[in-house]
Write a protein that binds this ligand. Structure first.
Ligand code: GYE
Length: 321
């Protein structure tokens, strides 16, 4: 073959395998709630790694649980002209004005892990969340199945007041137990999704319920509050997981430890990877104009001692919980 042909061939091959002109790197601003729970910490860690896998520049602003800080962060992302905004809304109301500003600036907003009121539907591109009503139902169904016909007084640790997930997890659980006259919620209070408040509120429930004797089960809207509640029960001389049943949500490594120790009974898993699907939807939208569905739903799976808690624990390690 003539040298010229070989050289031409080489040049063509190189042209074919050379990457196409690199799309401009995307910058995404993420208004994160804070670090109230192990799940939230893992979500932040996983978001960073999912962004770097896709060479997206992710700027995270920690709002320390305050909506006003989230609003400020969004305004600052708009001023910086980011390509998109991810928002984990601490509460479900009060977003209209700031999300309109983002919309006017043509910056798409994607909700992560919590929802806003339905009236705000046209103010965001998509929401990556679990079905949090269903999570509550899964928890309630597990309890109903476990107690059978036995009379069961439940105490409930709610998540942050006004958060979509707290409202929905309550609603789902209430619906599930409404079918069972023997199960009722006797006390319900917010523990703000934290271990410390979960423990504090559980202590007051135990006092109010004859040292815990009249409590059959604890339902907590997240595992961190349950870990706090387990501590409170142990300090009161009770045996969580035996005297008092537990069911909560998130599937953080520490709840698997408690399940293995026989001190917790069940958890509903929530993936900390909300950013991965959000980034894929965003990239497809930017590159090809693909409109994502309004809701990208993650799975909710129940775990008990029968579901290889050691394996679940191992698979969660290193994810930043
Ligand atoms: O379950 C809880 C957290 O919004 C789904 O927030 C999230 C919840 C999660 O702090 O642990």
């Amino acid at each position: 073959m003539a040298l010229k042909t070989i050289l031409l061939g080489l040049a063509l091959t190189t042209a074919l395998v050379a990457p196409p002109a690199m799309a401009a790197q995307l910058t995404v601003g993420f208004s994160q709630i804070g670090s109230e729970s192990g799940w939230r910490a893992a979500e932040t860690t996983v978001s960073k790694s999912e962004a770097s896998k896709r060479t997206v520049n992710l700027k995270i602003a920690d709002a320390q649980q305050k909506q006003e800080n989230q609003i400020k962060a969004i305004r600052s992302f708009v001023a910086q002209g980011v390509d998109a905004i991810f928002l984990a809304p601490v509460v479900s109301t009060g977003w209209e004005a700031v999300l309109k500003e983002a919309k006017e600036a043509k910056i798409p907003v994607i909700l992560l892990d919590r929802d806003i009121d339905p009236s705000g539907k046209d103010l965001y591109l998509t929401a990556v969340t679990s079905d949090s009503v269903h999570e509550g139902e899964v928890a309630g169904d597990w309890l109903a199945k476990t107690v059978g016909d036995k009379q069961c007084n439940v105490v409930e640790l709610q998540g942050t007041v006004g958060a979509s997930v707290a409202t929905n997890r309550k609603k789902g659980f209430d619906t599930a137990i409404a079918k069972h006259a023997n199960i009722k919620i006797v006390r319900s209070q917010t523990g703000d999704f934290t271990r410390a408040k979960g423990k504090e509120v559980m202590e007051s429930f135990i006092k109010a319920e004859g040292g815990g004797k009249t409590i059959c089960a604890v339902y907590a809207h997240n595992d961190d509050m349950m870990v706090g509640a387990i501590q409170a029960m142990k300090e009161a001389g009770l045996k969580p997981g035996k005297d008092i049943l537990t069911v909560s949500i998130d599937a953080v490594p520490d709840i698997f430890k408690a399940i293995m120790a026989g001190e917790a009974n069940a958890t509903v898993e929530l993936t900390p990877n909300m950013a991965g699907p959000a980034l894929d939807a965003l990239i497809a939208y930017k590159d090809k104009g693909t409109e994502p569905p309004k809701w990208i739903q993650t799975e909710s799976k129940l775990y008990t001692a029968a579901d290889n808690p050691q394996g679940a624990y191992d698979s969660k390690k290193g994810l930043g919980y």
